[in-house]
Ligand binder design. Structure first.
Ligand SMILES: [Zn+2]
Length: 201
């Protein structure tokens, strides 16, 4: 290979693949997910406070992603990126624009910072909202259909997903700790959580 040609070789996903570095292994990512569990939860809760919607009762969502990339130093290989939902009243609703969900904002934050891969995410919200496809209610919020479609090509079905909200006095057997109801699943399971109605999609 000529040196001129070698210079033209561009990494597939932007410039984050630093020479000499490597990607974190699956075990390292699982360990990072466990170690930084409370950091991820805090990031999601803080992001939720920034959430904004035009509704009279604002619906707020916060999502924190554990993203990763190839790097020389282990501490540069992973990063936590958060996002929140944001819709404005003064802007006319445009169906061709992507929904301004917290998942999309968090993914854009990670990709914008040069982290090309998403290991898992946590979402915090206290909104009980029916599934936008099946109409079913769930005891925690979950990604909408559009966000699942957005994440499906770029996240592994085995990616950990943690959806949590404040624990209410009426919660008894719901999993979690004394403060939060936490539903943990894989991304593949979250895709199947809300079954589509017969004859729809
Ligand atoms: Zn969404």
């Amino acid at each position: 290979m000529s040196p001129i040609f070698a210079e033209r070789v561009v990494p597939l996903f932007g410039g984050s693949q630093v020479s000499g570095g490597r990607f974190p292994t699956r075990n390292e990512l699982v360990q990072e997910w466990r170690l930084k569990r409370h950091l991820l939860m805090t990031a999601a809760i803080q992001a939720e406070r920034w959430g904004y919607s035009y509704r009279n009762v604002p619906k707020r969502y916060g999502t924190a992603f554990l993203a990763y990339r190839s790097a020389e130093r282990p501490e540069d290989r992973t990063g936590i990126f958060s996002g929140w939902n944001c819709t404005f009243r003064h802007r006319p609703k445009d169906a061709t624009w992507p929904k301004p969900c917290s998942e999309r904002a968090g993914k854009d934050a990670a990709f914008g910072a040069g982290f090309d891969f998403l290991f898992g995410f946590m979402t915090y919200s206290n909104n009980f909202q029916a599934d936008d496809i099946s109409g079913e209610f769930c005891d925690v919020q979950h990604p909408c259909h559009e966000c699942k479609q957005m994440l499906e090509p770029i996240m592994s079905p085995a990616a950990p997903v943690s959806l949590f909200r404040d624990r209410l006095p009426c919660d008894f057997d719901e999993p979690g700790d004394e403060r939060f109801v936490i539903r943990e699943m894989t991304f593949g399971e979250s895709l199947r959580t809300h079954k589509f109605k017969t004859g729809q999609r």
